[in-house]
Design a binder for this molecule. Sequence first.
Ligand code: HPA
Length: 237
Amino acid sequence: MTPHNHAKPGDYAETVLLPGDPLRAKWVAETFLDDARLVNSVRNCLGYTGTWKGKPVSVQATGMGQPSLSIYVHELINSYEVQNLIRIGTCGGLNAGVKVRDLIIAQGATTDSAIVRDAFPGFNYSPIADFGLLRSSVEKAEAAGLRYHVGNMFSSDVFYHAEPGLEGYGTLPQHGILGVEMEAAALYTLAARFGRKALAVCTMTDCLITRDELSAEDRQSSLKEMVTLALDVAVDS
Ligand code: HPA
């Protein structure tokens, strides 16, 4: 048990899906997993373990942002021996070629976060996905006929920037950044630090360039596609 997690040792599977939203963790557990049981509810940051295609998988909410994710991920790794961590999230679009409901599979994650910067004084560290999980997710997205993009995600500490419009993103869109979310870089950094595997897969829900947004119905069906993909990657990992 930890200050943020009352699960017992062995309550989590080796592979954990990580949505930000606690209610999305509940929805994943109730909609997709067999024999799902609640393993954590401290602060309502819900965690469940069940099975998918007969194999154990967990889903644990991380809350929003890198400070919150870092707490849950640190503890999943160090107190619960979790080996594979797969973020399932939504992101904003920063590239006109990425359409709403497309998946962004984050090969790397650029960040403005002090959590990553301050861990490497004098260096610009590159947080990257585990190649095996990345390859598996690409193969499965391809087989399922999903629209997906593999590349560099921006993991921001800021949702509401002081600067108007796209100014808060500087020249990132001109340097191959596909989308913006708020967790992947810290996830990749922690996985690297502790020798675990991590991947972030995000559905693009709102394009900051075209202002397109995913409708409520499309949101639900595209999230289902993403979760199915992540679960298939999880049980193969
Ligand atoms: N910014 C940061 N995180 C996000 C966004 C965004 O526009 N959309 C979904 N997650």
